[in-house]
Design a protein around this ligand. Structure first.
Ligand SMILES: Cc1cc2nc3c(=O)[nH]c(=O)nc-3n(C[C@H](O)[C@H](O)[C@H](O)COP(=O)(O)O)c2cc1C
Length: 168
């Protein structure tokens, strides 16, 4: 999914992340807590997610505010990741300038040697966020550009949404 955030100077920013949890409370993704996106979300939790399924000609947009995922959940997910990815997540300071490919691979190898035969602990700088939806938009491509668009907005009653059809 594409995650859009608001930059520290108010400019937009977007990048792909993996949806790793879909709960009644929200949509979960994981990332480095020192990354550009994490810094932006700490300063302003408003965010927007965009999914696109080409074979279905379908788009879903979800906007709302993020909250940090509980540490227990982060650690549980980290344990399921391949060892190489765990090491990469640990040695990477995501979004910081990187001196060279060699330097990156050296850092990875050093850690691999250091932890030979041992489990890689979940680093403090790795975590995740849950986007709590405040608006959904479902878009279904149709012939002649007469696409269907439906906006879901929360009502005052928890769990109930107003549904509006939008022009394509
Ligand atoms: C298909 C795809 C999936 C990705 N999934 C993630 C992810 O789940 N978490 C993550 O931190 N970065 C993921 N990335 C990398 C991000 O797009 C991005 O490069 C990185 O998180 C740094 O973004 P930032 O500088 O805005 O923080 C993914 C990239 C692609 C292309």
């Amino acid at each position: 999914m594409c995650l859009a955030t608001i930059g520290l100077d108010g400019s937009p920013a977007a990048r792909m992340v993996l949806l790793k949890g879909l709960q009644p409370e929200g949509l979960d993704f994981f990332t480095c807590l020192q990354s550009q996106k994490a810094n932006q979300l700490s300063a302003d939790p408003r965010a927007c997610l965009d999914f696109w399924w080409s074979p279905l000609n379908r788009q879903v947009v979800v906007s709302g505010q993020v909250e940090p995922l509980r540490r227990k959940l982060v650690e549980k997910y980290f344990e399921t990741r391949p060892r190489g990815s765990q090491i990469a997540a640990t040695i990477s300071r995501q979004s910081a300038p990187s001196p060279s490919r060699d330097d990156l691979e050296d850092r990875w190898q050093k850690m691999e040697n250091q932890f030979e035969g041992e489990q890689i602990p979940c680093p403090d700088h790795w975590g995740g966020f849950r986007l709590v939806p405040e608006r959904f938009e479902f878009w279904q491509g149709r012939e002649d550009r007469l696409h269907d668009r439906f906006e879901f907005l929360p009502t005052e009653e928890a769990g109930l949404w107003d549904i509006n059809r939008l022009d394509p």
